[in-house]
Ligand binder design. Structure first.
Ligand SMILES: [Zn+2]
Ligand SMILES: [Zn+2]
Length: 742
């Protein structure tokens, strides 16, 4: 896509940078590029609406990274592009992305429009600006950049530069694999101003490239390559190149003269003065003021350059239409007035987003809500003034308190618990979903926001939190006491060795084990309270293990309740059928129903499930998997603490979330197709791997990763692919085949 060889020429001015380089920037996104990437994959019928999913997570990523995206959709394709488009569509897109009614029956065009509309709809629910230009999307992206409304364009199309863009972000990837894993993705940053500084290579020369070497609209001049064109560019400034090309036909006399001079045997081919080269070598040249030899330094190069220009010129003017002024106009003439555009991030529409996601992405409401809430709260933190001035707070949330300070990716942040005083989201998530997935209200309503944004948007909230840190509140003291009480009791029942000193201090007689095992109301209460997860207390490993043992003794009927939870967690006995995965059986200590994880009898229950006839096969499958690979103690303990460590890799708790309870159909199919086994230890950021890693097949094997490198990432690789490097076909489809054939 774009101008032939341009990426190769610009390679020396490209920096592959971690994505956080885009932080704080406003970027124009050429939406059809993103759709096409997913669309090519969709051709394999892996998962419909991959483009939506892809778009959603990439967009979230940008928003939570403090990048403001502006989405640009294409209007009408330029007339002169039709030929190339139809040819290209025929080969690459199989009609998936036709840009022209002429080339198609209209069926494909309708489909692509439908896709665009869906994307636009979703983005609008996220509050994002979607703008439609009068021409190609990349042209409007470029105008926005040229007018300083955006810092750059996310696009795969090098036409952007011809339309006036300064900075293009290419090969955008939010992959968490590879060299930039730690920074959460990478992008190639091309800044044309750098090329202009060192090569005097700017927009006009890029347009000249399009005319001579070729682009989407033009085949270029037959027999002219990028090297000779670059040589021609060396002796012309960017401002003058188009006039020079135009003069090729008009200044026939001048070029005829050059031609004659080059072939003139009466002039020395070394210095260019009158006389033969042999005589100059022997007795010198009077113009060069030499008595032996002549000065070849200037003319020889000049002669080569003129020869080069003449060759290109002679080939070019073979075409009576050269230079194609309509092509020059396409690039240089503005079609859109960007100054009137409203690019501000508007309030996300949570309710409609959740409805949309349930319909088009088949996400359950609770999951959609979990995903969209951080987008709303980030918007609120970023633009507090938009809410302050409003009397109606419908559709927004209000912070209740700061739960704790966090440092995801080293960014000082707060975990905030939000409330819904206007009942905007009441009833949005079906009650049975919350129960079925054991979703704690507090977790559902918490997000992580950068401290600086919180300080600015909710200064009182931040102040209250700081105060609470200085003077610990009384209630928390009281709670601490209960823990101490409990751990003391647990020490007493010899689950851990009591310290001799403590025993000596005790005035009371130490209770016997029998006495303690009596299921007193109080102990039950404390255990339940601890187990509910709603308190803020940290439970250490010992306490947790002891707790389970206590309960084991105190609640002889717990096995039944566990079994119920087990089946419920698997998505059975529920009114709405749920997709199904191993994740449902992750023994998350936060899930109160799974509090008995350390109990050894679990295996018996699972055995029982496997052996019974009246159990659905799906459940049996999972049960067998469980038996094969029972969770280890290390799977449960200190989950909360680890979360904070993991947080160093993420920008928000959005990324820490468990991800969809259902393993994505796309994910599953792809792993099977590509021969990757389902990764049980997949990180919580797996959500983000789906895009690139699955598209590219990157999964963890080093050799595969290398093979799957997007061409053009490394300058030395771009040359090999230079002629076709711009095509998505080359980039993605053979890659897929390659991996599949492995
Ligand atoms: Zn000479
Ligand atoms: Zn001379």
């Amino acid at each position: 896509m774009g101008i032939k060889n341009l990426w190769t020429i610009l390679a020396p001015f490209c920096d592959r940078k971690p994505l956080y380089e885009l932080q704080g920037k406003t970027v124009a996104v050429d939406l059809s590029c993103w759709i096409c990437e997913a669309q090519n994959i969709a051709e394999y019928q892996v998962q419909p609406r991959m483009y939506l999913r892809n778009l959603y997570f990439r967009t979230c990523y940008l928003l939570l990274m403090e990048v403001n995206p502006v989405f640009v959709l294409e209007g009408k394709a330029p007339e002169l592009k039709y030929d190339t488009i139809s040819a290209r569509n025929a080969i690459q897109f199989k009609g998936a992305k036709p840009r022209t009614e002429k080339a198609n029956t209209g069926k494909g065009r309708t489909r692509f429009n439908f896709v665009l509309q869906q994307c636009e709809q979703m983005l609008r629910y996220m509050g994002l600006a979607c703008i439609v230009g009068k021409g190609e999307a990349e042209s409007l992206c470029a105008y926005l950049n040229e007018d300083g409304l955006v810092d750059g364009c996310i696009s795969q199309d090098s036409d952007c530069f011809a339309y006036g863009a300064y900075v293009v972000y290419r090969n955008f990837s939010i992959s968490t694999q590879g060299a930039y894993a730690a920074s959460g993705g990478a992008v190639d940053i091309y800044d044309i101003r750098k090329a202009n500084e060192s090569l005097k290579f700017g927009r006009n020369k890029i347009i000249a490239m399009a005319l001579l070497v070729g682009c989407d609209y033009s085949e270029g001049v037959h027999g002219v390559g990028k090297d000779s064109v670059m040589k021609l560019f060396e002796r012309v400034s960017d401002e003058n190149i188009l006039d020079l090309i135009r003069s090729w036909r008009d200044k026939k006399d001048l070029y005829d003269k050059y031609e004659r001079q080059l072939n003139d045997k009466t002039h020395c081919s070394s210095c260019g003065h009158i006389g033969k080269v042999q005589s100059h070598t022997k007795s010198g040249c009077s113009f060069c003021k030499s008595t032996k030899g002549c000065d070849s330094t200037k003319y020889k190069e000049e002669r080569q350059a003129i020869k080069n220009e003449l060759t290109i010129r002679n080939k070019a003017i073979q075409d009576p239409n050269f230079p194609d002024e309509s092509l020059i106009n396409e690039f240089l003439r503005r079609k859109d007035n960007v100054k009137t555009l409203d690019l501000k991030w508007k309030q996300p529409d949570v309710v409609n987003f959740v409805k949309f996601a349930s319909k088009f992405l088949q996400w359950e409401e609770y999951y959609s809500f979990e995903k969209i809430l951080p987008i709303l709260t980030r918007w609120q933190c970023k633009y507090p003034e938009k809410i302050l001035r409003r009397s109606d707070l419908k559709g927004t949330v209000v912070p209740d308190k700061i739960k704790k300070a966090r440092h995801p990716k080293g960014v000082p942040s707060y975990e905030i618990i939000w409330t819904d005083p206007t009942d905007s989201f009441k009833g949005l998530i079906p009650e049975d979903q919350l129960q079925e997935h054991n979703i704690e209200p507090e977790k559902l309503w918490s997000t992580v926001e950068p401290q600086d944004l919180v300080e600015a948007a909710y200064p009182d909230l931040a102040e209250a939190y700081r105060q609470s840190k200085i003077k610990p509140k009384k209630p928390s003291k009281r709670k601490k006491k209960t823990v101490d009480d409990l751990s003391q009791k647990m020490e007493n029942i010899s689950l851990s060795e009591p310290k001799p000193k403590k025993i000596r201090k005790q005035t009371k007689k130490q209770p016997t084990l029998e006495e303690l095992l009596k299921p007193t109301e109080k102990v039950c209460e404390v255990v339940d309270q601890l187990d509910s997860g709603s308190n803020k207390l940290k439970i250490n490993k010992v306490a947790s293990a002891s707790r389970d043992l206590i309960r084991q003794v105190l609640k002889p009927n717990f096995n039944t309740s566990f079994k119920e939870n087990f089946i419920q967690g698997a998505g059975f006995n529920s009114s709405t059928p749920t997709k199904f995965s191993q994740k449902d059986f992750s023994f998350d200590p936060d899930m109160s129903g799974f509090g008995d994880e350390s109990d050894l009898n679990v295996t018996d229950i699972v055995d029982d499930i496997v052996s019974r006839d009246d159990v659905p096969n799906k459940l049996k499958e999972v049960a067998r998997e469980y038996l094969k690979n029972p969770p280890q103690a290390s799977d449960f303990v200190d989950y909360k603490d680890e979360e904070d460590n993991n947080a160093a890799l993420n920008t928000s708790n959005f990324f820490l979330d468990k991800g969809p309870d259902q393993e994505d159909l796309f994910e599953k199919t792809f792993r099977k197709t590509l021969g990757f086994e389902s990764d049980e230890n997949s990180s919580d950021t797996e959500e983000y791997d789906i895009d690139e890693d699955n598209l590219m097949g990157k999964k963890s094997d080093e050799p595969v990763k290398k093979d799957c490198e997007v061409p053009g990432n490394k300058p030395e690789e771009t040359d090999a692919l230079s002629s076709e490097e711009d095509s998505f076909c080359v980039k993605y489809v053979p890659l897929f085949e390659r991996i599949r054939n492995k």
